[in-house]
Write a protein of this length. Structure first.
Length: 143
């Protein structure tokens, strides 16, 4: 099983879509707890519409996002706190349900996890994959 990841930090929606299309991604799994953005084109509804026009489906999995304390830790570069906080998030029933949904989607379709951070190593995307799909082949895409 292969899963793609992509962050939109510093990107435009058109650039993101071009990279996804070139990689053959057909589904974006938005794993932001708060799927809003100050960056034009990356709030949930606007992003979903742009992706749809390009033939890429969108699913929001907010329960797989990072709680506020984890987001603060990520901004500080405190990966240990991010990992601790995010592990607690993944123990919540709704997160477990959405993680199972995500595994099913990844098994069926070419799926990319979307969050803000450009580099997945500093983002919860890497923690999510390690916890829920440890045997997956991971391809990090960059805009």
């Amino acid at each position: 099983m292969t899963i793609f990841t992509i962050g939109y930090e510093g990107a435009t929606q058109a650039g993101l879509i071009a990279v996804l299309t070139a990689a053959g991604v057909t589904l974006i799994a938005d794993v932001r707890a708060v799927p809003l953005s100050r960056r034009p084109g990356f709030s949930k509804n606007v992003l979903a519409a742009g992706l749809r026009e390009a033939g890429i489906d969108y699913v929001g999995l907010k329960a797989l996002g990072t709680p506020p304390e984890g987001r603060e830790a990520a901004r500080r570069g405190d990966h240990a706190t991010l990992a601790r906080v995010y592990a607690g998030q993944l123990d919540l029933p709704e997160a477990m349900l959405q993680a199972a949904q995500l595994r099913d989607l990844v098994a069926e379709r070419s799926t990319a996890l979307l969050c803000f951070e450009r580099d997945s190593a500093g983002c919860h995307r890497s923690l999510l994959i390690a916890a829920t799909m440890p045997d997956a082949d991971v391809v990090d895409l960059f805009v």
